[in-house]
Design a protein around this ligand. Structure first.
Ligand code: C5P
Length: 285
């Protein structure tokens, strides 16, 4: 096999509780991941030069070692003492540094793609160990599932057997926000410890969108609004359209709402098309 193309999907966090700060500087989390159908496309082509080369149609995506796909390829190439290199072309659709897990998803896709291209026969344990080394959100994307719970750094993942498919309106302001910066200033006393992810999961299982919308949570919201106060106005405007609950995703500025149908999401989308943000209609994937 000389080349492989794979989709690399984004995620939303429907629940993100910051439990506490750890001695290693990270935070323990309890988070509900939802995979959505907003996808990048990655193409891997074997090369004999031995180089790792990244090509991307998005100017904000680095082509060097800061790129998580590069980092993944470099780790594997060194550990397995490989002679062959790889050319990776990333067709970027997932907004960058937006809390949608694009970079982490690309890294997980690279692990899966390079395992085949370079014939590494990685075990499940090796996949997970590489994923955790590369980033907290990477393990979720290794699992072929729409829904999962993440604990510890978000990297201890348990698949959930939920058949629910949701429609969302997703608004991504062009304000890149970096996880490190968001987590650094989080005030653990302001987080809502009482909310329960199990209530949300039960509501989703019953397709009770109203209740599910009520139990969306993101403990990073106060910090996100502190970094970008204009997002408060965006939230108020989205609330005017009365979706079934809204929340920010992960440690980024992306705001999403659950809608009752695709049509409702598209109606909200047309009211939000502006230069200062990208607007998507997305579904559980
Ligand atoms: O794991 P990842 O490299 O994606 O994390 C980026 C940054 O986000 C970390 O350096 C850390 O500052 C912060 N973070 C955290 N707690 C987590 C995940 C990320 O504090 N559970």
């Amino acid at each position: 096999m000389k080349r492989i193309s794979l989709l690399s999907p984004a995620k939303l966090n429907l629940f993100l509780r910051v439990v506490d700060k750890r001695p290693d500087g990270y935070h323990n989390l309890l988070t509900l991941f939802e995979r959505i159908d907003l996808c990048d496309e990655l193409r891997f082509v074997l090369n004999k030069s031995g180089d790792i080369r990244i090509f991307c149609d998005h100017p904000g995506v680095p082509a060097g070692p800061e790129n998580l796909v590069y980092k993944t390829a470099e780790l594997l190439k060194n550990d397995f003492a490989l002679q062959d290199g790889v050319d990776v072309t990333i067709r970027k659709r997932i907004p960058v540094a937006a809390g949608l897990g694009g970079g982490s998803s690309n890294a997980a896709t690279a692990l899966l793609g390079l395992n085949r291209l370079w014939k590494l026969s990685l075990t499940k344990k090796q996949f997970l160990s590489y994923a955790r080394t590369i980033g907290s959100d990477v393990p979720f994307f290794l699992y072929d599932c729409s829904w999962a719970l993440g604990r510890e750094r978000g990297d201890r993942v348990r698949k959930l057997s939920l058949n629910t498919k949701l429609w969302h309106i997703l608004i991504v302001p062009t304000i890149p926000m970096y996880s490190r910066e968001v987590f650094r200033g989080v005030n653990l006393r302001l987080t809502k410890k009482k909310d329960d992810v199990n209530i949300l999961i039960r509501a989703l299982r019953k397709n009770d969108l109203e209740k599910a919308g009520h139990f969306l949570l993101n403990d990073l919201e106060t910090r996100i609004l502190e970094l970008a106060p204009d997002l408060g106005r965006l939230k108020t405007k989205l609330l005017d359209f009365k979706p079934q609950g809204i929340a920010f995703s992960g440690s980024g500025p992306s705001l999403y709402g659950i809608t009752r149908s695709r049509k409702e999401a598209e109606e909200i989308q047309s009211a939000f098309q502006r230069r200062e943000h990208e607007v998507f209609v997305v579904r559980t994937f």
